[in-house]
Design a protein around this ligand. Structure first.
Ligand code: AHR
Length: 332
């Protein structure tokens, strides 16, 4: 491992020299690679907006420790500018590899060019960037968010009769979107919309961001309950917003899961508990335990091995009965 890292760092320095990198000028001499031979990874996390994110952060930290990496972890508190600053700081510190989960899809090319010029490989985890230049990153590890949205929509199409709770022949869906501009918000909305086209009685009548937070989901649901007539179904882009919607529905004197059907994405413990209790009707899984795969990919990249451009996480779905069965052993 040590020898390979030395070789890698030598190549990195050489390639940076070759392109006449200016990004590092004036940044000091602090080289993050310790003499202890550990791989140094800079990880720029989105924040701590949801149960999913907490589980993801724990997975990254634990897997880095297990793999013997030195992890430089930064929490962007939901702000793209903070992630960009963190990535620049990782470049200045000359980490071996940078990994990050982009808050939003666009606006990354400049900072990723800087990492490329410095010869530091970048791995995307969880969320994609919208860039035409795929040479700016080595690989993208994460879920297929479009498929997740499709699975949610397909369940609704299959359960349309029971989901028309007011029995008026139309299924009115309100959508709690994730963070505006984030890949999972864009893709889940797209997948859901394409799946419900199969049944013209299903319509998304209102859609607004709850920013992937419980509080955001609660506030948006309160406003939907005041402004929208005959809400049959909530499609929340994550469990946390669905859990916030449950609070708003109960506060309005309605029974979640019965008077208003609820579909969410993630399958974190709190969401699964609400599903098993009958307050949520269906959850599409989004697996946050990406740490081990990320460390493996980083080692392969640093060893000069070919890695796939895209590594898709395997995921399933849960009904209320399935949630009750698996809940006792749920890891997150
Ligand atoms: O990018 C994954 C999404 O981000 C999760 O579904 C959501 O809970 C999180 O905040």
């Amino acid at each position: 491992m040590w020898r390979k890292i030395v070789v890698k760092k030598t190549l990195t320095a050489a390639s940076a020299l070759l392109v006449g990198v200016t990004a590092l000028a004036g940044c000091g001499d602090s080289d993050a690679s310790g003499g202890d031979g550990k791989i140094v990874m800079g990880f720029a996390q989105v924040g701590a907006e949801s149960g999913w994110r907490t589980a993801n952060t724990e997975s990254i930290k634990q897997s880095a420790e297990d793999a013997g990496f030195e992890l430089k972890f930064s929490d962007a508190q939901g702000k793209q500018e903070n992630q960009i600053k963190a990535i620049r700081s990782f470049i200045q510190q000359k980490v071996d590899v940078i990994a990050f989960s982009p808050v939003v899809e666009t606006g990354w090319d400049a900072v990723l060019q800087e990492a490329k010029r410095a010869g530091i490989p970048v791995i995307l985890t969880d969320r994609a960037v919208d860039s035409e230049d795929t040479s700016l990153y080595e690989t993208f590890l994460g879920s297929d968010f479009v498929l997740e949205g499709e699975k949610a929509g397909e369940w609704l199409v299959e359960n349309a009769a029971e989901s028309d709770v007011d029995g008026d022949g139309d299924i009115n869906v309100v959508q709690l979107e994730g963070t505006t501009g984030a890949a999972p918000a864009i893709d889940r909305a797209e997948g859901f919309a394409s799946a419900i086209e199969a049944d013209p009685s299903i319509e998304v009548t209102a859609s607004q961001t709850g920013d992937f937070t419980r509080d955001g989901g609660k506030q948006v649901m309160e406003s939907f309950l005041n402004s929208e007539d005959g809400i049959d179904v909530v499609f929340a882009h994550n469990d946390d917003m669905g859990l916030g919607a449950i609070e708003a529905i109960e506060a309005a004197g309605l029974e979640p899961g019965v008077d208003v059907k609820i579909i969410t994405v993630d399958a974190v413990r709190d969401g699964m508990a609400a599903l098993a209790e009958g307050k949520i009707n269906f959850i599409v899984e989004c697996n946050p335990l990406l740490g081990d795969q990320l460390m493996d990919l980083a080692e392969q990249v640093l060893d000069g091995e070919e890695v796939p451009e895209r590594v898709v996480t395997e995921e399933t779905t849960f009904t209320q009965e399935q949630a009750a069965e698996v809940l006792p052993d749920r890891k997150y």
